[in-house]
Write a protein that binds this ligand. Structure first.
Ligand code: NAG
Length: 303
């Protein structure tokens, strides 16, 4: 088939690395497909567990009436199919399923986490797109991205969140996505290929209740590391957007920072700490994060 990936062809084209994985090297197409497969394994396992853990009646009782459960089964099927598609394409280079820990404990928290994971999936594919060398792989990844976006819209809508809260989705770098995914990954087979990604210091939202532009939020970070800093030592919260980010100065508190959410961001939003006061947000200027926020502004004005 057209999107069948031949490792031999990639090696001939010089884009499969022969040597050991180095953290600074550029991602090859094989890396990106394995990175996508890493996320698809996580999602597929998450839905498989959720469907095993909670019954249709429990979803209905939790406020997710039919055909929610049937749609959840469809989503689980899509994710499993993405896993088999990527696994088949990668052949012997394919990364295998890991052991995961999910914090969901009931249908409601399961659906909330499903929404977050689908949103991160969309941002992950979007952020990796520009690094894909082969046009056919880009089309294949795009055909998965659009489906993840529909999952995201459906799950959001099921929780009375806007299905399309912003005119643009935010791209996330592989390192940012890995930072968000790593807490769910307990252990992986030692035979899995090492991916050249690393997690940034964690950044967690410590503000309960609804958040809109103008809300002061608290972000906790045990080990932030500002490498590329403002000469005056100021720290900024960079809200990731496709056009480079929206920035707000952060105020240091014990163990973290406070920041007032700026205008121009809505829906599932990612925020990192940075020494830079303006965009673009790149891996070189992320000190901690991302943290995930759900911002609910009046739409379409985005406050
Ligand atoms: C399903 O239940 C098991 C056992 O309680 C739990 O460890 C796991 O995290 C749950 N998974 C999800 C996705 O809710």
């Amino acid at each position: 088939m057209k999107y069948q990936i031949s490792i031999a062809a990639l090696a001939a084209a010089g884009i499969v690395s022969a040597g050991p994985v180095l953290s600074k090297r550029a991602l090859t197409d094989i890396d990106i497909l394995n990175y996508a497969l890493t996320l698809e394994h996580l999602e597929a396992t998450f839905y498989r567990q959720g469907l095993a853990n909670y019954t249709q009646a429990q979803f209905v009782a939790a406020g997710f009436p039919d055909p929610f459960y049937a749609n959840l089964q469809e989503i689980a099927y899509d994710e499993t199919t993405h896993v088999s598609f990527l696994t088949k394409a990668l052949g012997t280079a394919a990364t295998a399923e890991c052991i995961y820990t999910f914090p969901s404990t009931d249908p409601k928290s399961f659906v909330a986490l499903a929404g977050v994971l689908e949103g991160v999936g969309v941002s992950a594919y979007l952020g990796a797109a520009a690094s894909i060398a082969m046009p056919d792989y880009l089309t294949a990844a795009g055909s998965i991205l659009t489906v993840e976006a529909r999952h995201s819209a459906y799950i959001r809508s099921s929780q009375a969140q806007s299905p399309f809260p912003s005119p643009f989705d935010a791209p996330l770098s592989p390192n940012s996505v890995y930072t968000l995914a790593a807490p769910f990954i307990s252990s992986c087979p030692s035979t899995n290929p090492a991916l050249p990604v690393k997690a940034f210091p964690t950044l967690t939202l410590a503000t309960a209740g609804p958040i809109a532009s103008g809300t002061e939020i608290t972000l906790m970070t045990p080990g932030y590391d500002i490498r590329s800093g403002d000469p005056e030592g100021k720290i900024y919260a960079a809200f990731v957007t496709v056009t480079g980010g929206v920035f707000a100065q952060a105020t240091k508190i014990e163990g973290g920072f406070t920041v007032v959410v700026p205008k121009g961001v809505n829906g599932q939003v990612y925020v990192v700490l940075s020494g830079c006061a303006e965009g673009p947000v790149t891996d070189e200027n992320v000190g901690a994060g991302p943290a995930i926020l759900e911002i609910t502004n009046p739409y379409p004005t985005m406050a």
